[in-house]
Design a protein around this ligand. Structure first.
Ligand SMILES: C[S@@+](CC[C@H](N)C(=O)[O-])C[C@H]1O[C@@H](n2cnc3c(N)ncnc32)[C@H](O)[C@@H]1O
Length: 214
């Protein structure tokens, strides 16, 4: 953490807890975890906690990680309201993740890992691979170009397919835009179980770890 307030910290300070409902793809993810007897999950970029809460309510042991302190505060309050227990970690995915190799049965990350230049995103993907145990699973979603365009009116392309919003709440935060094939290539140690575009706005990858950590 470099002490600088992130764009998302500003968003959570202004908007509070949101969104509330889990993404529909989570249901199938939870089902495939339960079929395989997988239990411990990291929600990388957990935000204000909608998936942390939902997964714990479905019997999973969940740790949420985010670099926005207010996101974690909102998640903690929500856990207390529901009478649930979960781990919450303040950390930056652009740095090595603070977990041992193979620490988790699964890693979930919805609309998070694209928030950087490609080289940094590749480093985060390696870290996700490292902390997922063999036989474990990942569910990763990233926005499409259309979705990134809708969220800010002006942006500049700082490297191929990485856009920097020049206005709006995410001003100055790089967004890398993936094709489905590029998202799959980020995780070579995984067998793809599902890879699809949902509603033209989101690309979702669900995969099982078969290789050794890189
Ligand atoms: C679009 S929100 C998604 C939140 C949550 N995954 C969900 O689907 O509700 C993006 C999240 O990524 C987090 N984030 C962005 N950059 C991050 C970083 N470098 N390290 C950790 N978290 C980050 C933000 O703080 C924010 O909570």
């Amino acid at each position: 953490m470099n002490g600088e307030k992130s764009q998302w910290e500003g968003i959570y300070q202004q908007d509070g807890r949101a969104p509330f409902e889990p993404r529909p793809v989570i249901t199938q993810f939870i089902q495939s975890l339960s079929e395989r007897g997988l239990c411990s999950v990291l929600d990388l970029g957990c935000g204000s906690g909608r998936h942390v809460i939902h997964m714990i309510q479905n019997g999973l042991r969940v740790t949420g990680l985010d670099n926005a302190p207010t996101a974690l505060k909102l998640s903690a309050e929500w856990l207390v309201e529901e009478g649930l227990a979960g781990g919450l970690v303040l950390s930056d995915m652009r740095q090595p993740l603070p977990f041992m190799d193979g620490s988790f049965d699964a890693v979930l990350s919805t609309q998070v890992i694209h928030h950087a230049r490609l080289e940094t995103v590749i480093g985060t993907a390696r870290e996700i691979d490292r902390i997922t145990r063999r036989g474990g699973m990942i569910l990763i979603s990233v926005p499409s170009l259309e979705a990134v365009r809708e969220d800010s009116q002006e942006f500049t392309e700082i490297e191929p397919n990485t856009f920097l919003p020049l206005d709006g709440p995410e001003k100055g935060l790089p967004h890398h835009v993936f094709s489905a094939a590029e998202l799959e290539c980020l995780f070579p140690g995984f067998l793809v179980l599902d890879l699809r575009e949902v509603g033209g706005r989101v690309i979702v990858l669900r995969a099982e770890k078969i290789g050794r950590p890189r």
